[in-house]
Design a protein around this ligand. Sequence first.
Ligand SMILES: NC(=O)c1ccc[n+]([C@@H]2O[C@H](COP(=O)([O-])OP(=O)(O)OC[C@H]3O[C@@H](n4cnc5c(N)ncnc54)[C@H](OP(=O)(O)O)[C@@H]3O)[C@@H](O)[C@H]2O)c1
Length: 303
Amino acid sequence: MERIERMRIALIGAHGQLGTDLLKVFPEATPLSHQDIEITNPNSIERALEPIKPDLVINTAAYNLVDKAESDPSPALAVNAIGPGLLAEWCHRNKAAIVHYSTDYVFGLDAERTEPYTETDAPGPNSMYGISKLAGEYAVAARCPQHLIIRTCGLYGIAATRTKGNFVTTMLRLGKEHDELRIVSDQTCTPTFTADLAVSTKSLIDNAMNTNKDWGLYHITNQGQMSWANFAAEIFQRAKIDVDIVAITTAEFGAAAGRPPFSVLDTSRFEQVTGTQLPPWEDALDRYLQLLETSLGDDSTSV
Ligand SMILES: NC(=O)c1ccc[n+]([C@@H]2O[C@H](COP(=O)([O-])OP(=O)(O)OC[C@H]3O[C@@H](n4cnc5c(N)ncnc54)[C@H](OP(=O)(O)O)[C@@H]3O)[C@@H](O)[C@H]2O)c1
């Protein structure tokens, strides 16, 4: 433990959903917003990181506009693949370790899959976004051996109330505006609370930095699995919002980008290495809704 407490940490994407919760878990970290660093620009990386001289860089910056990336993939490839590669290269050159986040969308081509994916399963994205994130994983792994790459899924965090929102906040808003909502029911995954992901990231970093082993690729999500239609029903039930859900297919929804039909991640490597497990999704959703309520008062469901 001693080593990690003395570490200098740079946290990139500090104003995002995950970055906001990571800063609570790593209060000693230097937070870097998009105004402080542009990860696609090597000069900006040098200017931002050199004064901090970090032992560890945590990168949560990403281009997450999944559908837009289909018609215009360049920004996704720049932020999700080239930028993380540049950061990893800087880290290796400056003897720092890197933590980087990826996604369940690196899977998607296997339409028959029903078993959770492990880290050794071959990826196969069915979207440009997924391709860009997979390229980012390869770039980080190739350029900095001291890396932790964490694949996760469907993030929701408190910072979404002041940024672009997430599935939960979107459902709370739409549920109040409509009597009926059409929601996709043929994609199965595990939405994850950023507060839980932040705590689990710390366990993984503590272990890797203190032992200098167990670097590499990890899957981390809350426990359980569901479709987006099921998840929406649970949100509405807990928030006491009366809305009819019409379950539709991915094809009926007609988004520009493909989505994995099944992308539940097997988290056993993380559990074995850290001896910890994330809470079930029900518990995570309850805590998140409670947090929204306390941070926004009685009007919490209008976010
Ligand atoms: N959100 C999900 O459902 C989900 C699911 C699976 C995996 N992930 C992964 O988890 C990680 C964290 O996601 P999140 O939901 O916390 O993302 P987020 O809320 O969108 O936060 C990302 C942050 O990165 C900043 N950023 C964007 N482009 C940048 C650039 N070129 N240089 C520097 N900073 C930049 C953004 O700032 P601006 O907004 O000011 O540009 C934003 O504050 C990402 O790697 C993401 O791909 C997310």
